[in-house]
Design a protein around this ligand. Structure first.
Ligand code: ADP
Length: 387
């Protein structure tokens, strides 16, 4: 344990336990340094990104409750970078007094996408029409095609989301599915996808980050434009949804909320992540308080000032694996970092696989560059995916 000094007195640094040790925990560790907090992560492997920066690691899967018990011996608060946890197992620890933030009660309605949609509906928040998988005939008549089938749990980066184009394809896939593990929802022909980060403190204070536009390719986030170029009325609607949701769940921490915006300006919630989110990475460089610092401030009961822009805006591009390789892509990263305002964050994962998030780039934009944001994103993708 490190010590810090206050009025000449040595006081122990407070320790936060984090379930998960991927890139989100790695960036949380940067914020912990700023706030003079120690982090301990529970993560399967010593090669996981966060281990490069944190003080200690407990090497176990995120759903290993005994490992979380060990984490709780060393940390005053436990928070999450990964929600694929064993909630029932953790409840035993919570009943013994372990402090989880967000609380397990606020996570419970969110971990299963079907229950998440039910929660949204119960709160009167707009969400695509959804239901259980019954029969091919019922889905064809109730939802039409294309239709979306999703894994209720453990889906990420589009894994677990199937867009089925017609009845023949549905019939073909049907026998390979465990129906109880899936949900069906209407296909939304969205005009844009939006996202917002929302934080809430122990006293109930809510802080919002700007609403951003996300661009997915093959159901995986490729680009984020912050802020989104959308009417103020839509911004207000998204902010109201985010505040209502995090307050109704009485959650302490930070949530990432993904939404669809339709051609007639209707907003629908797609997904809630009860933690920091890819769509908020731009805040690390472009705002005075990053999403990672905001999460730590919230869970440690510190004040939550409103995050302020340091620039006109930002564009973030994910660097996704496009081949199986052990390369660290030094030359490509170097070329990208020459773009004015660009900061490359490389997660140090070692092995590349198609679709794997290896790093990201944020370009902080002046007012003049803002007009070039699409071109800047294309330039980054050309450097990264080009030969
Ligand atoms: P994950 O949890 O893996 O990120 P999502 O449910 O967010 O999965 O889906 C990933 C992407 O798939 C979305 O960003 C969107 O582009 C597309 N998608 C998901 N649900 C729908 C839908 N109901 N209608 C149209 N596109 C969808």
């Amino acid at each position: 344990m490190r010590e810090r000094f206050s009025d000449g007195e040595a006081v122990p640094t407070q320790t936060v336990g984090v379930i998960g040790g991927g890139q989100l925990a790695w960036m949380m560790a940067m914020a912990a340094e700023r706030l003079d907090l120690d982090l301990i992560v529970q993560t399967p492997s010593p090669d996981d990104p966060a281990l490069a920066l944190v003080d200690e690691g407990i090497f176990a899967p995120v759903a290993d409750v005994e490992a979380t018990r060990q984490l709780s011996d060393r940390a005053s608060v436990i928070t999450f970078e990964n929600e694929f946890v064993d909630l029932e197992g953790l409840q035993v620890l919570a009943d013994r007094g372990v402090c989880f933030r967000p609380s397990l009660a606020s996570l419970r309605p969110l971990l299963d996408k079907y229950e998440q949609r039910q929660t949204l509906a119960r709160l009167g928040l707009p969400t695509p029409k959804f239901g259980p998988l019954t029969t091919v005939e019922a889905i064809a008549s109730d939802y039409g095609f294309p239709v979306v089938i999703k894994a209720r749990r453990h889906g990420y980066d589009g894994r677990g989301t199937f867009i089925v184009k017609d009845e023949a394809q549905l019939r073909q896939l049907w026998p390979s599915w465990r129906l109880a593990d899936l949900l069906v929802e209407e296909f939304i022909p969205f005009e844009r996808e939006l996202a917002v980060m929302v934080a809430r403190g122990i006293g109930g204070k809510v802080q919002l980050y700007p609403v951003v536009e996300t661009v997915q390719v093959d159901q995986v986030c490729r680009r984020v434009f912050a802020p989104a170029a959308i009417p103020e009325t839509v911004v207000g609607e998204v902010e109201a949804i985010a505040s209502t949701l995090i307050t109704a769940l009485d959650a302490v921490g930070i949530f990432g909320i993904e939404l669809f915006l339709t051609a007639n300006q209707q907003v629908l919630v797609n997904e809630i992540a009860p933690r920091t989110h890819n769509s908020g990475h731009y805040s690390l460089e472009a705002c005075d308080i990053s999403q990672f610092e905001m999460q730590l401030r919230a869970v440690m009961g510190q004040p939550l000032p409103p995050p302020q822009w340091l620039y006109r805006g930002a564009v973030m591009v994910n660097l996704l694996g496009f081949e199986v390789s052990e390369s660290d892509y030094c030359q490509k990263r170097e070329a990208i970092s020459q773009i004015p305002g660009a900061v490359v964050r490389w997660y140090g994962k070692g092995a590349s696989q198609p679709g794997r998030k290896l790093g990201h780039v944020t370009v902080c934009l002046t007012a003049e560059q803002w007009e070039q944001r699409e071109a800047i994103a294309s330039q980054i993708e050309n450097y990264w995916y080009g030969q």
